[in-house]
Design a protein around this ligand. Structure first.
Ligand code: GRG
Length: 296
């Protein structure tokens, strides 16, 4: 089986696992579950749970049942961030993954609650799994994921990003953008591979290398995201292009132009590939290349 086929199978497994988690929400107020399900089950690349599964496999774990709660939790966290990112107070976007954004369908109040609920449900699923298993690798996975989501990771990065939009492009620097991206985007990709490795029983030294991979891959991933916001195809992307410029958001493209940004993305991709090679993780060498060439 080649790496693309492996990823397709992983994605199908993730879709199935997420659908089961939604079914288990029965009994909660139907309106909130509907709003959560709308965004969680709207497709997307499912790259974070796939990375978690494949990191666990690369570290010797075959049985994915231990990974399942954490893979679902991470995708819920990612979905919650997209719902909030699209809100009028943030990017004010109407389309996501080819569908009207959550607040366009359910209203702002319900979209805020759906984002909060997915975030909290992720913690609930992870703490339940840890409590039932008393497995230290799973506890470390929960620690990595919650840390990466919070003020030292995604939410911290989004905070700096929102403030940077207010102050404008003139103060943007590569160091500042690298800090924003490493917190806002890389942290969730880093915790995906770190938690997969921990669940498989890897030690801290090995996990450190996986996090390095996640950082390089995440930088390339976000720079490509910035590039696609300028030159991407709206239909393929499932969201409008030009949103960064419209919001006056500093990006690698505004800082160094399209060619400069592409060079940077390639530089980080090469670093990610080298790190994956040193881990003996063939899937991740392929993934770095695949994500750098992506069109959506
Ligand atoms: C949830 C409380 C709470 C806060 C959220 C809004 C926010 C704080 C953070 C924004 C994080 C964000 C949207 C980062 C951008 C990361 C990124 C490149 C997203 C796109 O990810 P893909 O390409 O999307 O994996 P798909 O649709 O494929 O899943």
């Amino acid at each position: 089986m080649d790496n693309k086929e492996k990823m397709t199978l992983d994605i199908a497994w993730v879709e199935d696992a997420l659908a089961k988690k939604v079914a288990e929400m029965e009994g909660a107020p139907k309106q909130i579950v509907e709003a959560m399900e709308y965004s969680l089950m709207a497709g997307g690349k499912r790259i974070r749970p796939v990375m978690m599964m494949e990191a666990a496999r690369a570290c010797g774990l075959d049985d994915m049942s231990k990974v399942e709660p954490f893979a679902c939790a991470l995708e819920m966290i990612h979905s919650s961030s997209l719902i909030h990112d699209d809100l009028p107070a943030m990017d004010d976007d109407d389309l996501r993954r080819g569908k009207p954004t959550n607040h366009k369908v359910f209203g702002e109040a319900m979209a805020i609650l759906a984002g909060d609920a997915l975030l909290n449900h992720a913690s609930q699923i992870m703490t339940e799994a840890v409590a039932e298993s008393c497995d230290s690798g799973m506890a470390k996975a929960a620690r990595e994921i919650t840390y990466a989501t919070g003020i030292f990771g995604m939410i911290g990065g989004q905070t700096i990003d929102v403030l940077a939009e207010k102050t404008g492009l003139d103060i943007a620097s590569e160091a500042m953008l690298t800090r924003i991206h490493s917190m806002k985007t890389c942290a969730l990709l880093q915790c995906a591979v770190a938690s997969g490795a921990y669940i498989a029983g890897a030690d801290d030294e090995v996990v450190k290398k996986w996090k390095q991979y996640g950082l390089y891959l995440g930088m390339a991933f976000q720079i490509i995201d910035d590039i696609l916001d300028v030159v991407g195809d709206e239909v393929l992307l499932g969201k409008p292009v030009g949103s960064d410029r419209q919001n006056g958001k500093p990006t690698f493209v505004t800082l160094m132009g399209l060619d400069g940004a592409m060079e940077k993305a390639e530089e980080y991709t090469q670093k990610a590939k080298k790190t994956a090679e040193s881990l003996g993780a063939d899937f991740f060498v392929w993934l770095a290349e695949y994500l750098c060439d992506r069109k959506y």
